[in-house]
Ligand binder design. Structure first.
Ligand SMILES: N[C@@H](CCC(=O)N[C@@H](CS)C(=O)NCC(=O)O)C(=O)O
Length: 227
């Protein structure tokens, strides 16, 4: 099995954390990235997005692309520990929160906050802290308050297990944190505590360490703006 995609992508991170939780082994090709696609990658994913997965590394005709499809495939492949709640209401809620995190929230995190800092630095420009702060301001108006209220004082987003909902939300929060926008605990205490709970898990802590190392290796100095 072979997983493709740059390690700093929140969607790749999501799939990697699910694989780690389930002890699923795979070869890893970190090259495909919005900053550059290896030749022929579109034969695997015509949408030219990451992550992409070849369940059989020698058969590029059978690919599973999109983090949600890959994570659901991993759940069937290795049901233990379950990362999707059993009970219908919790299951539906987990998929909904995953969708919020992966769609509107991800778009605003990626375009509004992550790219003005990280992509600018990666292309030799100055980090656009002003644009990113504006982007974080937009997130703070509706989506962060919505997620804060949805979590409330629960430990996890859907039922009483660490699930795909928690992994999807936390993967986006890690992108914010990496470029200096941590969750302010005075405004978003539940989300902040949730983030801390998530990164205390070995599967997530490994991603935090690898992501930090990656940024350090690139030599980027990233200012901490919030949190
Ligand atoms: N819904 C997809 C989204 C994947 C996605 O948008 N990945 C980004 C990287 S974080 C990408 O490949 N973008 C391609 C581009 O910007 O050209 C998933 O969950 O996998």
């Amino acid at each position: 099995m072979k997983l493709f995609g740059a390690p700093l992508s929140p969607f790749v991170r999501k799939a990697v954390i699910v694989a780690r939780e389930k002890n699923i082994e795979y070869e890893y090709d970190p090259r495909p990235s919005p900053l550059g696609w290896p030749e022929g990658f579109e034969a695997i994913n015509p949408l030219k997005r990451i992550p992409a997965l070849l369940p059989d590394a020698s058969n590029s005709d059978y690919a599973i692309n999109d983090s949600s499809a890959i994570c659901a495939y991993f759940e069937k492949l290795q049901p233990e520990p379950p990362l999707y709640p059993q009970q219908a209401e919790d299951y539906g809620r987990a998929l909904w929160i995953e969708e919020v995190a992966d769609s509107e929230f991800a778009g605003r995190v990626g375009m509004g906050v992550f790219r003005p800092i990280f992509f600018n630095l990666a292309s030799g420009k100055k980090a656009d802290v002003e644009a990113a702060s504006k982007g974080f301001g937009v997130l703070s108006e509706v989506l962060l308050p919505y997620l804060e209220a949805q979590l409330g004082d629960a430990e996890w987003f859907a039922g009483d297990i660490f699930s795909i909902a928690d992994i999807a939300v936390m993967s986006q929060m890690m992108s914010l944190d990496l470029v200096g926008f941590g969750l302010p605990s005075d405004r978003f205490p539940s989300l902040r505590a949730h983030f801390e709970r998530c990164i205390a898990r070995p599967s997530v802590a490994e991603s935090v360490a690898q992501n930090n190392q990656f940024v350090e290796k690139m030599g980027f100095k990233i200012e901490r703006i919030t949190g």
